[in-house]
Design a protein around this ligand. Structure first.
Ligand SMILES: [Zn+2]
Ligand SMILES: [Zn+2]
Length: 556
């Protein structure tokens, strides 16, 4: 054991075995006395299975409980799966945050929305810059991806260097920003890299992921042939893609209109950070109506079919400013993220029904991925030659395949990690040394709740089975006054039952109450439970539903 029993450990609290919600921890120190850094703190988006929940965050309990040992949060890039949780979880962590200018601008907005004054806790790092936090000497390494300012982190510690790649691919011509810093990566490899924590998203894709340049050429070929309106949808955060839309539109004599809140927000932030300086000013969506339809390109949010985003509203005809007609064109310059197929195909079908042309990556070269395919990965492995490989940013099947791939690349210790496992990277052979609390918390409106919260159980129950509330008024001398007040919500009934149900429930309430002494408060809980079960039984007999029931006993 070296250096007075100090060791270097890694733990993911989110992002291993799943795509999204990345939260990585690196620790250094004696066992049980580690000082930590967090790398990225993202969210994942909910599917329709959890009513009312859109955003899911990693449970930070393990690190929040020892925030005095937390040196800082280091952010790699501004995608939601890497920064989305920051403003929600920071109040539990209260440590400095490090980010390059564009990422910092996005993060600042998030704190502003939460009304948190982040002030000097947010520290801006220049591209290719360095941050020293305790035993961690962190170099930002410029990579290419599908957003401005994607960075890997070369983390030097007394036990060796870790390259945390975060999200990347190799783009020979990223259009905006620098190319991959191959020089730095090869230098790191030559000095020796203990471990690489690496993106697994596209491990099943052969070849390389391709350059944003290909999309610019592809979109020009497609757009110059088009008549009438052109609507393009893509991720707002892909600013190179946004610039492409502006450049291509200019070439074919059209104006660009940005539709949707995040598209306009990213445009403003990118401009503030000195990107998008030589493009024509976009036209306001309200003014676009005065323009001839063959003079416009609309760049819209909603490429994943998000219900409240611009594209879904255009598709269902509820967008206030943009209406499409026969022979207009809609282009999906994006990938269908697994899980979103159903709602996206609905949008495709809505447009097709109205004889609007739909183009997607299925039939044109109008999108490239931001994650490394196998040829990209081969290059990275040849530069870095890590001793240990930890695949992250993948479902179980991606991570398993990445392990096989790393073995082929000659990596001595490829390790499949699970969220919550603490892996000692050095000294000695890497191994799991502990397991800690991890999990998911949900953002429910403005409130963070546990995934086993009673609130969700009730909401699921109501959503599936409906709701019934009965209020019984009991006088001082233990008699029922007036009729019980009955409310039914979301319970199906056939017509004959509908007019009778309240009377039937009243009878059940009265009959049940007769069997109790209403003056005896010790019997109250029992009475409530019996009323619940008897009323629910009646509803179940009539409708086949077992609603959530609430009984109020009001004494006066
Ligand atoms: Zn990303
Ligand atoms: Zn990501």
């Amino acid at each position: 054991m070296a250096k007075g029993g100090q060791e270097l450990v890694y733990c993911s609290l989110g992002g291993a075995g799943e795509i999204g919600m990345n939260l990585n921890l690196f620790g250094y120190g004696k066992p049980g006395e580690y000082k930590w850094i967090i790398v990225d703190i993202g969210v994942t988006f909910s599917d329709d299975n959890i009513p009312g929940i859109e955003v899911i965050l990693p449970n930070p309990e393990f690190i929040a409980n020892q925030k005095e040992n937390l040196l800082g949060i280091v952010l790699t890039h501004a995608h939601e799966d890497h920064v989305g949780a920051i403003a929600h979880l920071w109040p539990m962590l209260e440590c400095p945050i490090y980010a390059t200018p564009f990422t910092a601008a996005i993060v600042k907005e998030k704190f502003k929305e939460k009304k948190i004054n982040i002030g000097s806790y947010l520290k801006i790092v220049k591209l290719g810059g360095n941050v020293k936090l305790g035993a961690f000497d962190i170099d930002y390494v410029t990579l290419t991806h599908s957003i401005l300012e994607p960075n890997g982190l070369a983390i030097t510690t007394p036990e060796g260097v870790v390259l945390h790649t975060a999200d990347w691919k190799i783009d020979e011509d990223p259009l905006i920003g620098e190319k991959t810093d191959v020089k730095k990566l090869t230098e790191l490899g030559k000095k020796g890299v203990l471990a690489m924590v690496c993106d697994s998203t596209n491990i099943f894709n052969l070849g390389s992921s391709g350059s944003e340049r290909l999309v610019r050429t592809g979109l020009l070929t497609v757009l110059e042939k088009m008549k009438n309106r052109i609507v393009i949808t893509s991720f707002a955060s892909n600013v190179a893609r946004m610039e492409t839309v502006f450049k291509v539109a200019e070439k074919i004599g059209r104006h660009v209109c940005l539709v949707g809140r995040s598209m306009n927000r990213i445009y403003e932030l990118a401009r503030q950070c000195n990107y998008l300086q030589d493009i024509k000013v976009p036209i306001d969506v309200r003014d676009s109506k005065k323009m001839p339809k063959n003079k416009m390109v609309f760049l819209c949010t909603g490429s994943q079919g998000e219900q409240r985003a611009a594209l879904a509203r255009i598709a269902n005809g509820t967008h206030p400013d943009l209406h499409l007609e026969k022979d207009d064109n809609v282009i999906f310059s994006s990938r269908i993220i697994p899980g979103n197929e159903k709602r996206l195909y609905k949008i495709f079908n809505d447009f097709s029904k109205s004889e609007i042309n739909v183009l997607s990556e299925e039939n044109s070269m109008i999108h490239v991925s931001g994650h490394p395919a196998r040829e990209d990965l081969k290059k990275m492995y040849s530069w870095i030659k890590p001793k240990i490989l930890i695949p992250v940013h993948g479902e179980q099947r991606h991570m398993a395949e990445h392990i096989n791939f790393a073995k082929e690349m000659g990596v001595k210790f490829p390790i499949k990690v699970s969220n919550g496992e603490i892996i000692r990277l050095a000294p000695g052979e890497p191994q799991v040394v502990d397991k800690v609390t991890w999990g998911r918390v949900y953002l429910d409106g403005k409130v963070l709740i546990d995934n086993d919260s009673q609130v969700l159980k009730e909401r699921r129950n109501m959503a599936a089975n409906g709701y019934m509330e009965i209020t019984v008024l009991i006088s001082k001398n233990g008699e029922i006054k007036n009729n019980p007040i009955i409310t039914l919500k979301g319970i199906p009934l056939i017509e004959e039952d509908e007019s009778e149900i309240e009377y039937d429930l009243e009878d059940v309430v009265m009959d049940t109450c007769k069997t109790f002494n209403l003056n005896n408060s010790k019997q109250e809980k029992n009475l409530i439970d019996t009323l619940k079960s008897n009323c629910r039984k009646l509803i179940n007999d009539k409708s086949g539903k077992k609603p959530l029931v609430n009984i109020n006993l009001v004494r006066f």
